[in-house]
Design a protein around this ligand. Structure first.
Ligand SMILES: [Zn+2]
Length: 265
């Protein structure tokens, strides 16, 4: 398979993982910048992430419009991806979703969403809240054009995640594994924080030093990162689509590892 085939397979895997982990449902999407053309990105046509196949992946420009002729409907909110990829050359993958557990933190201003668990460190020390009404007044609360997308990207700034008031979140990663990982742990971190609030007393957030220590030495194909990707892909039933650019080993589900020693060379 070519690199581009692998990239598209990875994007299918990412869609299925986000669906299986309840980050997205019928709505929500993930995009990936074109590896050879930073002005283009890949995203599914308008279909639920759980159902995404290779042929559903379309190539868009940073204006949110299709590069090739496309008659199938596209996601209305594709401008979120276009605007963030436009504003952040360091970012290669974007997720937008409506995960329920994060919603209260975009609505109530008293408790900021910040990392409270080790796996939540990836969301970063600061999670800004973007309110579409601040600039655009009464809308249908969806991001349906570049002006709205750019305003959201501006609020996101250099952070990894922005909450969208009364709507969901947008997250940005240097790789697809990174953005999927942080998007999976974002609602879990929100849930832990919400439950801790119910227990009462002072909330102890991860310190800046702890967050920095967790994020130091990031590598998209480190054993620890790959372990999660491989686990999630197999759980989502797409382990057969896995590719590993660094040439590392991929676990094959159903293989009987107990007898491996008999076949050692
Ligand atoms: Zn949305």
């Amino acid at each position: 398979m070519s690199t581009l085939d692998n990239v598209i397979a990875d994007l299918v895997v990412a869609n299925r993982i986000l669906a299986r982990e309840d980050v997205v449902d019928a709505y929500g999407h993930i995009s990936l910048r074109h590896p050879d053309n930073p002005r283009h990105f890949f995203i599914s046509r308008s279909v639920s992430p759980e159902l995404v196949e290779r042929d559903d992946i379309v190539e868009l420009g940073l204006d949110g419009q299709p590069v090739h002729e496309e008659k199938r409907p596209l996601y209305l909110e594709r401008f979120i991806h276009a605007a963030i990829l436009e504003a952040r050359p360091d970012i290669h993958a974007v997720v937008h979703a409506h995960a329920e557990d994060i919603l209260p933190f975009g609505i109530a201003q008293a408790t900021p969403l910040r990392p409270v668990i080790h796996s939540g460190s990836f969301i970063g020390a600061n999670v800004p809240v973007w309110d579409i009404a601040d600039k655009f007044g009464d809308t249908n609360v969806l991001v349906t054009n570049m002006a709205q997308g750019r305003d959201l990207a501006k609020k996101l700034g250099k952070n990894a995640v922005a909450l969208m008031r009364g709507h969901g979140f947008a997250s940005a990663g240097r790789s697809m594994i990174e953005v999927v990982r942080l998007s999976v742990y974002l609602p879990r971190n929100a849930r832990a924080l919400m439950r801790a609030k119910m227990l009462g007393g002072k909330i102890k957030y991860l310190s800046k030093g702890e967050i920095d220590a967790r994020n130091a030495g990031y590598s998209p194909y480190s054993n620890e990162t790959w372990r999660a990707w491989e686990y999630w892909a197999n759980k989502a039933g797409v382990g057969d689509l896995l590719t590993r650019p660094d040439g590392g080993t991929i676990y094959k589900p159903g293989h009987d590892h107990k007898h491996d020693h008999k076949h050692d060379h």
